[in-house]
Design a protein around this ligand. Structure first.
Ligand code: CA
Length: 679
């Protein structure tokens, strides 16, 4: 979700409590802070060969019980177990047999009232709509070869090329040629193609060359009715229900608890088999419901922050915000991501509205995940969607990213500088010919690190070099939020031709993919997909959100450009310098005076493990040619006038295009990239 907009609109259908709703009675925050903390690893459910044990953390409950059900919904309890008080605020019940195949819920008595049933906050399997938790043999959900399954090894997050996609966007269109449209299994199908014969699905991802697929929320969320899937509901999924269970609507059978788990793992394994990692979008910052969330029905008040009058505070814009600064909530977030990393082999996490969380929690997340897998990538939105009672100095804000080792933030600096402000459709940026963002483009190029030639006082968004390492920055010009790049260009370039807009898109993405830091792109932009001009398409139908893969044929040169751009970046460590010091030392901007819409620089790659020793990069955002001075010598031309090839452009005879330097023209609205091969 994006910053400072009507975030509540994104939060699904069942939340929207409004300011009028009184919160469930609960203890004051000062009391909640003192409640006992349980750090055992047996919360919720433990199944042994001859017993089943339930443990619930509910420190203020007066009584607690477990209901056992034969089916996932619409059946009466076969048994009710009274729970006994145990250590550190927990309650325990046990039976002397394996209850595999059964379903269950908890209920607690609080201030004299039995609250509604809940599957608990640690349910790892669930049936339709996550109403009831399920007892299954998790081992039986492992696909063949799962024990040996590994994601890609990534020495630095800067080596990643991240592709952000929604399951339905990616496969639902008839042109995808995919059988399991809109499902986890879509990403397991090899050999799929458009009617024109272009690769789709996982083959397409491999052809494009991305290293990580970032999947929009894929835990069990609230808004899509899993009992009514033929109605083709669409939602981004920023309305969490069961955090540790995959979403049922992306499974072929939401009622069978093992199916969604197995299919999720098959998706991960298929991507891993192609060398592609999986990043999960996680939304621990708020829940779909307030008083009826699994958190509230387990320990009223505890997992949330409040206003002084006891009502829910709302930094998420969705009616509530969680309290990562409270011990059991921090424990919950850390253990939940660790669970996904271990059980599902997830390779990275993207934290929605990360600044709702506190810095200490994000550092605990990073430490824990790296101890599981040093290649795990962690990034998030370094902002909130509203005011929070948590003091700014404790928040995981973009401006505080230097305090979080191993966590990156999205650069809204480069995003808005390159394409224009996200909140004003008609606003243009550097790549669409609006002067005034040159310095902010430079801020993006150096990944918001201190650089002797960058004047942060001229930054459009941030005015300080908030990053101390390029590993802290995710560069992008668009994502699922707001107008897609295609739509933004259409809205801000009235009267333009599609060819002109595609040219602008190439320039915009060339700036992103050559910048220091980590590049990130929105699925389908490589074929110039749009969202029909809808910016907040969180529940728009497939007709708005689906990627029409027939565009891959009609926009084939666009796809080729993106593929070559990604290959160029991946082939050359010079675009992925390891530290702020290296950037300051090796990256030198030209002095283009007050010449607007021209940014150019040289990277000295000598001594790096790079087949190029020197790289010249120039961006011309204007619709007039501009010139730069290039040192004499033999340069291969990698990008020029809207064309790019990773190994260098070739003429019609297949000969390498080269130049001897001197005063060279940067064609209108395009990038010029030159390189000198290392000796
Ligand atoms: Ca669901």
């Amino acid at each position: 979700m994006n910053v400072f907009k009507l975030g509540a609109l994104l939060c699904g259908v069942a939340s929207m409590p409004g300011a009028m709703e009184a919160a469930l009675p609960h203890s004051p925050d000062a009391v909640l802070d003192t409640l006992p903390v349980y750090r055992g690893n047996d919360l919720e459910l433990t199944v042994n060969h001859s017993s089943t044990t339930f443990r619930l953390w509910s420190p203020e409950a007066e009584a607690a019980r477990v209901m056992i059900y034969p089916t996932d919904r619409n059946s009466s309890a076969a048994d009710t177990l009274n729970m006994s008080p145990s250590v550190d605020g927990t309650w325990v019940a046990s039976v002397d047999r394996r209850l595999t195949g059964w379903f269950y819920t908890f209920a607690v008595k609080y201030r004299g009232v039995w609250l509604d049933e809940t599957p608990g906050i640690w349910a790892k399997a669930a049936g339709t709509n996550g109403e009831r938790a399920a007892i299954i043999d998790m081992k039986s959900t492992d696909p063949e070869g799962w024990d040996a399954d590994r994601g890609p090894v990534v020495a630095s997050i800067n080596d990643a090329v991240i592709y952000e996609m929604h399951h339905r966007d990616f496969s639902i269109h008839p042109s995808s040629g995919i059988v399991h449209k809109g499902k986890f299994l879509a990403l397991t199908e090899a050999g799929t193609a458009t009617p024109e014969g272009e690769k789709t699905g996982i083959d397409h991802l491999e052809e494009l060359g991305v290293t990580h697929v970032h999947i929009l929320p894929s835990y069990d969320y609230n808004s899509v009715d899993e009992a009514n899937l033929p109605s083709n509901q669409y939602n981004w999924g920023y309305d969490p229900w069961n955090y540790n269970v995959p979403e049922g609507s992306y499974a072929t059978d939401p009622a069978a608890p093992d199916v969604r788990i197995r299919e999720f793992k098959e998706m991960v394994k298929s991507l891993h088999d192609r060398g592609i990692g999986v990043v999960m979008d996680v939304v621990y910052n708020h829940t779909a419901n307030n008083d009826n969330s699994n958190f509230s029905l387990t320990a009223p008040g505890y997992f949330y922050r409040h206003n002084p009058d006891g009502t829910y505070s709302d930094a998420s814009g969705c009616g509530n915000e969680t309290a990562s600064d409270r011990a059991m909530m921090r424990e919950y977030i850390v253990n939940s991501v660790a669970y996904w990393a271990r059980e599902y082999h997830i390779d990275g996490f993207r934290f929605d509205l990360m600044a709702i969380h506190d810095i200490e929690t994000m550092n605990a997340v990073a430490d824990t995940l790296r101890s599981i897998n040093p290649s795990i990538v962690i990034y998030g939105e370094g902002w909130t969607a509203g005011a929070s009672p948590l003091p700014a100095e404790r928040r995981a804000l973009k401006e505080n990213v230097a305090l979080m080792d191993g966590v990156a933030v999205f650069s809204d600096d480069i995003r808005d500088a390159v394409k224009g402000h996200y909140s004003d459709a008609s606003d243009r940026g550097f790549a669409t010919g609006k002067p005034g963002s040159e310095e902010t483009v430079k801020i993006g190029i150096v990944a918001s690190t201190a650089h002797p030639q960058v004047d942060y006082s001229k930054g459009n968004n941030s005015r300080v070099a908030y990053a101390t390492s390029p590993r802290q920055i995710i560069n992008y010009v668009s994502c699922h939020d707001d107008l897609s790049l295609t739509d933004k260009l259409a809205a801000s370039m009235p009267g333009s031709t599609e060819a002109e807009r595609q040219r602008a898109a190439r320039l915009a993405q060339t700036i992103v993919f050559t910048s220091q830091g980590t590049p990130f792109m929105f699925a389908g932009e490589e074929v110039f997909r749009d969202k029909k001009g809808v910016h907040n398409s969180y529940k728009s139908p497939d007709s708005i959100n689906a990627i029409d893969w027939s565009l891959k044929s009609s926009n084939r040169p666009q796809f080729d450009y993106y593929r070559e751009l990604i290959a160029m970046r991946r082939n050359h460590p010079a675009f992925r310098l390891g530290s702020a010091g290296e950037i300051a030392r090796r990256l030198r901007f030209d002095d283009n005076g007050s010449n607007p819409l021209l940014v150019s620089y040289t990277i000295d790659a000598s001594g790096l493990p790079d087949s190029w020793s020197k790289i010249r990069v120039a961006f011309n955002g204007s619709d007039e040619p501009q010139t730069i001075k290039v040192a004499k010598g033999r340069w291969i031309v990698v990008a020029d006038d809207g064309h790019l090839r990773a190994d260098g452009l070739a003429d019609e005879n297949g000969e390498a295009v080269t130049t001897r330097g001197g005063t060279l023209t940067v064609a209108p609205r395009s990038a010029l990239i030159l390189a000198q091969p290392a000796k």
